[in-house]
Design a protein around this ligand. Structure first.
Ligand SMILES: [Zn+2]
Length: 129
């Protein structure tokens, strides 16, 4: 018998299939700690950020290139942090919704090992490929 995803989720919450092989509290702690780390990083990089000056007369061509490179790298770092934060928040929401630990794509259990390595994983290893 085939169920659509919503039906399966409803059945799961009705039967309260809480995974016993994963420790949600430990994983949640890990997620929150990582979240705090990222927020601290954002704060400290904002504090250390200097106004970028591209003074043609005092700064040589090479250092201008370096400055632009640094800017691009800082942008990339902040972009990656944003994505990480989104993943963490989504994982925390799944914990609240009782969906955590189940693949968002096929609804199978995500392996314990995979969740320990990456608590934000939202798909099983097969669907992640
Ligand atoms: Zn899957």
């Amino acid at each position: 018998m085939m169920f659509c995803r919503d039906q399966r989720v409803a059945i799961r919450s009705r039967t309260m299939t809480i995974r016993k092989d994963i420790d949600l509290r430990v994983l949640k702690k890990k997620l929150l700690a990582h979240r705090q780390e990222i927020l601290d990083d954002i704060l400290s990089s904002e504090q250390s950020r200097q106004p970028v000056q591209l003074d043609q007369t005092t700064v040589g061509r090479l250092s201008r290139m370096n400055t632009l490179q640094d800017q691009a790298m800082a942008l990339e770092t902040s972009r990656r942090r944003d994505i990480e934060l989104q993943h963490i928040d989504a994982a925390l929401k799944r914990m609240t919704d009782g969906e955590y630990g189940y693949c968002q794509s096929c609804d199978e259990e995500i392996s314990r090992k995979r969740l320990q390595i990456d608590p934000t994983a939202s798909t099983c290893i097969d669907c992640a490929r």
